[in-house]
Design a protein around this ligand. Structure first.
Ligand code: AMP
Ligand code: MG
Length: 360
């Protein structure tokens, strides 16, 4: 049985990792979708005002459990996980109701889950990346990216990537409310009730699969050929997450040059929560994904970009931060050397970056 060489998985093991990742994010997609259908969508009011739901906890537990079940014997060294949530909130006796609700949600796909195991799985996501014990390869997980979108009943995704020697090598995104049909408009929420999982593995095409059936083979993803030729930008729905006026000004600068970018006119921007923006740019529903946080000191978490970055770059997009700097996943839990992101078709990336640089 092959073990990871020097902590880094070989090609065969990477394929197994990708398969485990597909099953993991699909389990989370099924459960989070069920919670999102409830009237209150599992919303929790945390004292610090940060948005979280019982689905965040259920999804984190399920993803880590699937990875453990599928890789535990094969590659126990590959089970280090750096994830967004911890069980501290649920372990507070004042939050027993939320704890029961999160466990009940997870039992939708893990019927015999016990409370202690459920919480222990969440806490396996607390690997450290510092010191002598720092792993050469680890998973990073955002159990629900776009929580505000989730609570609004719109797009969100489950995001999981394997990072080896500082570089994302396997990336899985479950987008439960995106249609399998890329021609459907983005504001059509879950029109086919299935959702998509995108998976990037080394030396294979990016695959797209239905999120409700992780055993289906899926198909290699192709970029959509849109009938209109306009260049489509996508950006955050939430204006507090990304400076929407910057996007508008970039579009105006480019439009004012006449003839648009590379001869293409500029269409209205699509606003969508979460790493679904990478997914829609990867499959050709958008051409440019721009995120410029208002705070110049803002450093994003690695789990907010790793799988989307890998999938979109494998589909041919050029990706840097909003200042043209390569995204560096090797500096701990945050992208310490980067601010924002610009993922764009290679033929327009430099021009968009140039327009961004003219903004004050
Ligand atoms: P979005 O792409 O708009 O769905 O944004 C989701 C991400 O925005 C979350 O993963 C958060 O880490 C991040 N975020 C939350 N608050 C802020 C903020 N004030 N500025 C920039 N990003 C933020
Ligand atoms: Mg997040």
């Amino acid at each position: 049985m092959a073990a990871p060489v020097d902590g880094v998985p070989d090609a065969e093991l990477l394929r197994e990792c990708a398969d485990a990742a597909v099953h993991a994010v699909s389990a989370a997609a099924i459960v989070t979708r069920a919670v999102q259908r409830h009237e209150h969508r599992g919303k929790i009011d945390k004292a610090d005002g940060s948005p979280v739901t019982i689905a965040d906890f259920a999804a984190q537990s399920l993803v880590i459990r699937e990875l453990t079940r599928r890789l535990g014997e094969r590659a126990p060294g590959l089970l280090r996980v750096v994830a967004e949530e911890s069980s501290a909130y649920l372990r507070d006796p004042a939050h027993a109701r939320e704890r029961r609700a999160a466990l009940a949600a997870a039992q939708g796909v893990w019927p015999d889950a016990r409370d202690d195991e459920f919480l222990a799985m969440i806490d396996r996501g607390a690997s450290t990346l510092e010191g002598a014990d720092a792993p050469k390869a680890f998973w990073t997980l955002d159990p629900i990216d776009g929580t505000k979108g989730f609570i609004r009943g719109q797009h969100y995704c489950v995001c999981l990537a394997l990072i080896a020697r500082g570089v994302p090598v396997v990336g899985a995104l479950a987008c439960p409310n995106l249609s399998l049909d890329p021609e459907r408009p983005l504001d059509d929420i879950a029109p086919d009730e299935r959702g998509v999982v995108l998976i990037a593995t080394p030396n294979e095409p990016v695959f797209v699969r239905p999120a409700d059936d992780p055993d289906s083979r899926g198909r290699p993803m192709e970029r959509l050929r849109r009938r209109d030729d306009a260049l489509v930008f996508c950006e955050s729905w939430e204006s507090s997450h990304s400076d929407q006026s910057a996007t508008r000004r970039v579009m105006t600068v480019l439009g004012d040059r006449g003839g648009g970018v590379g001869g293409r006119l500029i269409g209205p921007p699509a606003r969508i929560d979460s790493q679904c923006k990478y997914a829609v740019a990867a499959r050709g529903q958008a051409d440019v994904f721009l995120r410029r946080p208002r705070d110049p000191r803002r450093r994003d978490w690695i789990w907010d970009h790793a799988p989307g970055h890998l999938i979109a770059s494998r589909m041919g997009l050029r990706i840097t931060d909003a200042h043209g700097v390569a995204c560096d996943f090797s500096r701990g839990r945050r992208l310490e050397g980067n601010h924002g992101v610009l993922a764009a078709l290679p033929e327009v990336h430099a021009e968009v970056l140039g327009a961004l640089a003219t903004l004050t």
